[in-house]
Design a protein around this ligand. Structure first.
Ligand code: HEM
Length: 454
């Protein structure tokens, strides 16, 4: 078929600004789905707009997700905002395409695959225990979101970077927290801007990582590495013919920074929203508690959780999936067309952005009946769910490689939370803003009542 010469309906708005401010405002006021629905009502399921200075086409639904996730690099390339590229570096996975993307991704997956991660359940559990003893024990009110950010940072530092607790880990966490704060803002290189503070923190963090990598390289080459292999050592150990290192120092630094961001912001949001939903749905809370108590009672108090125990947490994981259906941590993302393409009968010119949105498909009543209702039973038989309808982790060649990691940390944390504490929400409003990660009012303060000692 000859491609139609028509670009999708819609307006590109003012030059550069386009609809970016309207979209950002809708994200911050938790009305982004409504904002997009109004577009669909006005222009139909495929429409053009101008986001962050680029002509963009917004598409959603099963076919759209399939198109985005299965198109190869000859049709669509990955597309990040300029601020993300400047802060994370040009060799991180988000910037790589084709063979380079596959080589670096395979290296990361060799560490993040279940066979490797199952050895680390006990180490994650140790981090959760220490966290609860430090920040929850003896408290009456805690703020869940900031604490979950601290916990997921700690887990990543310990498991992925082999950085033990202490001044060095604290310094690293500070750099990364500052870096993330302004990562999504508009890049203006002035000393007082949020972006510039992030860029500086990214450079300081990179310097520290470089030092850490050199130490790990020395340990690796002199057979001094500990038996608990971390991600950095794992990447250093990937060798080709003649024993040459296959992942360069810059690739290690940029991807370690990506993992720090991708791995901590998302899982902390997921756990926070599960805590919120359990407080609002007592029946579901009771069912999760029952499942977790059965596991706890099958072990002595000193015994660690195992991979097999996690396999028994089926209901809890269904609750997590339903939480991600309604409140996906990642709102959506961008790709860029590598050539003129035809989609849905329209022409999308070369160099335009394509904007995909998770929640718009997740809340579609033709896919999920009564989409506003929180119902974990939808995931009783995940195999029956048609592909590309439930996409909190994306899909295809760029599907989230941290899925298993996120699953383990979520299940271990929820196990400890429900078996050791009961809780009530201090703010009962339903509001959360997206910046771009969802954040409930005041970071979700809750009143906690201990069930049994940590
Ligand atoms: C609930 C937790 C998580 C959610 C919802 C999530 C979601 C996502 C999504 C939607 C993408 C794909 C974006 C796209 O196609 O453009 C992605 C990519 C990615 N995620 Fe996650 N993620 C989570 C946790 C993690 C964790 C724990 C890690 C690392 C330990 C991680 C590392 C990554 C990386 C490196 C990518 C880029 C993959 C690539 O471009 O090939 N994520 N994630």
């Amino acid at each position: 078929r000859r491609p139609s010469k028509r670009v999708p309906p819609g307006s590109l708005g003012l030059p550069i600004i386009g609809q970016s401010l309207g979209m950002l405002r809708a994200m911050r006021t938790n009305t982004a789905e409504k904002w997009l629905e109004e577009r669909v009502q006005k222009y139909g399921p495929i429409s053009k707009l101008n986001l962050f200075g680029k002509p963009t086409v917004f598409i959603y639904g099963q076919a759209a997700n399939k198109f985005i996730f299965t198109s190869d690099g000859s049709v669509l390339s990955n597309q990040q905002t300029r601020s993300v590229k400047m802060i994370l570096g040009e060799r991180c996975l988000l910037e790589l395409n084709g063979e380079d993307h596959k080589r670096v991704r395979d290296a990361l997956v060799s560490f993040l695959k279940p066979d490797f991660l199952k050895r680390y359940v006990g180490k994650m559990e140790e981090e959760v225990r220490i966290h609860l003893e430090t920040y929850w024990k003896g408290k009456q009110i805690v703020k869940v979101l900031p604490l979950m950010k601290t916990l997921t940072f700690d887990i990543i530092c310990s498991l992925l970077f082999g950085l033990e607790r202490g001044a060095r880990r604290d310094q690293m966490v500070q750099y990364f927290q500052r870096m993330i704060e302004g990562m999504w803002s508009i890049p203006i290189n002035l000393p007082f801007t949020r972006f510039n503070r992030s860029l500086k923190a990214s450079k300081d963090g990179q310097k520290m990582l470089k030092q850490l990598i050199r130490e790990k390289q020395y340990e690796f080459e002199n057979n001094l590495a500990s038996s608990h292999q971390d991600l950095i050592t794992c990447l250093l150990s990937i060798r080709g013919e003649n024993n040459q290192q296959l992942i360069s120092e810059n690739e290690i630094i940029h991807n370690v920074m990506l993992i720090m961001v991708a791995g901590h912001d998302t899982s902390s949001v997921l756990i926070t929203f599960i805590v919120r939903l359990l407080a609002k749905n007592p029946n579901i809370h009771v069912a999760v508690l029952k499942e977790q108590e059965e596991i706890a009672q099958s072990k002595s108090p000193e015994e660690s959780l195992t991979w097999e125990d996690l396999g028994k947490m089926k209901y809890t994981w269904r609750v997590a999936m339903e939480t991600m259906r309604i409140f996906p941590p990642i709102f959506g993302g961008f790709r860029q067309t590598v050539k003129d393409i035809e989609y849905g009968g329209y022409l999308i010119p070369k160099g335009w952005q394509i904007f995909w949105v998770t929640a718009k498909t997740h809340l579609d009543s033709s896919i999920f009946q009564e989409p506003e209702k929180f119902d974990p039973a939808r995931f009783e038989n995940p195999g029956s769910l048609p592909p590309y309808n439930f996409v909190p982790f994306g899909g295809g060649a760029r599907i989230c490689p941290g899925y298993e990691f996120a699953k383990i940390e979520t299940l271990v944390t929820i196990h400890y939370l429900v078996t050791h504490f009961a809780w009530k929400l201090c703010c009962t409003d339903d509001f959360f803003s997206r910046d771009p990660m969802p954040a409930p009012t005041q970071g979700l303060p809750i009143q906690i009542i201990p069930r049994k000692p940590i």
